[in-house]
Ligand binder design. Structure first.
Ligand code: SAM
Length: 236
């Protein structure tokens, strides 16, 4: 048996690469995504009544890792990358059918220039991720009291983030176009995006990530992320 699934749209997000995307939705509340619908679903009727719900489920395709296949066992980063668990006991991106699911906060619906778009917050999705379905989050059914979260029972702890004078000036230069840039960088780095596997040489390492059209560099010292530099990427 096989299924033919057609995306209903794609989501535009600030996350241009997998590195530094939070591991689950809701951790970076200032991350806003805009779902643009394909011509078949570009009809406001599909979203009528959706504003009654504060949160939505997004089902999506892990398009960037889909061709990498899957194996029965994976190493969850939450366990330091050392322990193996069954793929169905994890939320790994490397899985059969490459389907992801995230609860996000509803923000708004717009129909501008004949394009329907739905804005959501708190996303953990890569830019241009294909969206397969959207459903309202229903608290009485979806919020289960006393549920056990296994190895991911609690949200990861947050790191401190500080901005250099240079970085603060660079952010200020783009504040009109990106008023949320500072808080976004801060919330992303609070999640400590460094890989689970690290060695001592990496202590002095300068890390880089791309958010929107910015390359952001930071360094870790004394358990604090220091943002060094924010540079606009030249687009051709
Ligand atoms: N909340 C979803 C779930 O549980 O199915 C995703 C969890 S998964 C652990 C989150 C990671 O998926 C992010 O940190 C990012 O690296 C990765 N990711 C997000 N969008 C992706 C995409 N379109 N293709 C591949 N990987 C993606």
């Amino acid at each position: 048996m096989s299924l033919d699934i057609k995306p209903i749209g794609l989501i535009r997000t600030p996350y241009k690469q997998k590195f530094a995307i939070p591991r689950q939705p809701g951790l970076v509340k200032s991350a806003v995504g805009t779902i643009l619908f394909t011509s078949e679903f570009n009809d406001p009727n599909y979203l009528r009544g959706i504003e009654q719900f504060s949160h939505l489920w997004l089902l999506f395709h892990f398009h960037q890792t889909a061709d990498k296949g899957h194996s029965p066992l994976v190493r969850p980063p939450r366990l330091g990358g050392n322990e193996k668990l069954g793929v169905f006991a994890t939320r790994s991106t490397f899985r059969p059918n490459s389907i992801g699911m995230s609860v996000v906060e509803f923000d708004s619906v717009q129909f501008k220039n004949k394009q329907l778009n739905l804005q959501v917050r708190g996303i953990d999705l890569l830019d241009n991720t294909p969206i397969l379905d959207i459903k309202p989050y229903i608290p009485y059914a979806d919020n289960i009291e006393n549920a056990q979260g296994g190895f991911a029972n609690q949200a990861p702890s947050c790191m401190q983030v500080k901005f250099s004078l240079d970085a603060t000036q660079q952010i200020n230069a783009y504040v009109k176009q990106y008023p949320q840039l500072e808080i976004l960088i801060s919330q992303v780095l609070q999640q400590d995006p460094r890989p689970a596997y690290r060695n001592k040489q990496e202590l002095e390492k300068v890390y880089g990530m791309t958010l929107y059209e910015f390359n952001i560099q930071w360094q870790v010292s004394e358990n604090c992320n220091h943002v060094l530099n924010i540079e606009k990427i030249d687009t051709p």
